[in-house]
Design a protein around this ligand. Structure first.
Ligand SMILES: [Zn+2]
Length: 84
């Protein structure tokens, strides 16, 4: 599935937010090791590894909220609110 299909959607759990941008992402930080938990499945992953970055906007806020997911399937489940 094309990640751009998620753009413009609102998370089932947060109707006030809108998905502005979805992209594959990899943080390159040679000195710092950073990890994050997927908001959908709770899986911990390295931000230096390929993952999916979702930017949300809310109202008139200029700065987008950044959320990191382990893969595109988790983005879809999170948006639809049908995670198992
Ligand atoms: Zn996940």
């Amino acid at each position: 599935m094309d990640l751009t299909e998620y753009e413009g959607a609102s998370p089932a759990t947060d109707a006030s937010a809108t998905v502005e941008h979805v992209t594959h992402h990899r943080r390159w930080s040679p000195k710092r090791e950073s990890r994050d938990d997927c908001p959908n499945c709770g899986e911990e992953f390295e931000l230096a590894d390929r993952h999916v970055l979702v930017t949300l906007t809310r109202g008139n806020a200029d700065a987008g909220e950044r959320h990191y997911f382990c893969d595109a399937a988790c983005v879809g489940e999170w948006l639809n609110g049908d995670a198992t």
